[in-house]
Design a protein around this ligand. Sequence first.
Ligand code: GTP
Ligand code: MG
Ligand code: NA
Length: 349
Amino acid sequence: AARSPDDLRCPVTVIMGHVDTGKTKLLDKIRKTNVQEGEAGGITQQIGATYFEKKTLETQTAKLNATEAFDIKIPGMLVIDTPGHESFANLRSRGSSLCDVAILVIDMMHGLEPQTIESLNMLREKKVPFVVALNKIDRCYAWKTCKDTPIRDALKEQEEGTISEFRSRSADTKLQLAELGVNSNLYWEMGDDDWCNSDFIPLVPTSAITGEGVQDVLMLLCQMSQRKIWKKLMWCANLEATVLEVKAIDGLGMTVDVLVVNGHLREGDKAVFCTLNGPIVTEIRGLLTPPPSREMRVKSEYIHHKEVKGALGVKVIGNNLDKVMAGTPVMIVGPNDEEEDIKAEVMSD
Ligand code: GTP
Ligand code: MG
Ligand code: NA
């Protein structure tokens, strides 16, 4: 199928890091939601997915764009939230395997922690370009809140003492990263070409609570997508889809959350899934998504679709889904396909 630089898909962005560094809170900030406060023990225990429309990316970077002038060409962004708790390494691994770009969140007050390093190694192994959010900058001594402001503007408002704490904490983290062989720098101290064309990792101080630096993170993700990995993001008609989660939903029965990266899924498609007992073929009876800027793992007023196009997270309804395995591919039996061939293919991945 023909692919074109004028037809980019949404980048799949994974957010990773040590427990309680503020991954879900950062997403809450962009979504204007309170998902984190509803989590049991304040801990994320599942993979999440949130789709942001292009216009949301535009409004959420508008202050920065007023001075920096950049075009957003991607049609939106799909963000995968992952748990930071040590027991969920499998979900972090799944997230890092599925994504195009990533945000590695570090608690600025703590520096590198065990799952920071684990996440970093997963991203490096899979060669995923990423930005580092140095989160909780609002905890620096006497920080003056500059709500939802680009980070450099917020830093200009701070007193000497606050700046020196910020400087020393970011230098410490930079050193810790360097000890692991990762070159990094505050992103505005690098040339654009450095964060697009070299292995230097851009650092962005953020506050998920008051929003400083969040515009900068979104801008960097858009720029990396468009300038660094645009070839990979050229939309492709061949279906590329993976099971994120399998769960029972009141009134819907067992459902499968699927990440569709490329291609389409349609109601009525004959889908092939992997289960513990081998491949199953089932008709897709429904395709549901939450509204844009809403977390898929939170029950909401789902939107029903006849057809979805990658990249998107979608809840699939059908029969016999209870033994489907998360992390496995989804395939469709097309008009010219032999069902047995597709069954063999889906299990061989
Ligand atoms: P897991 O998903 O469990 O790994 O945690 P997480 O990384 O998603 O962190 P979460 O969003 O649950 O935030 C953890 C705690 O840190 C919560 O109490 C948040 O309110 C707090 N927090 C997150 N970001 C910030 C921030 O930028 N500033 C401050 N002051 N607190 C923050
Ligand atoms: Mg979380
Ligand atoms: Na948490």
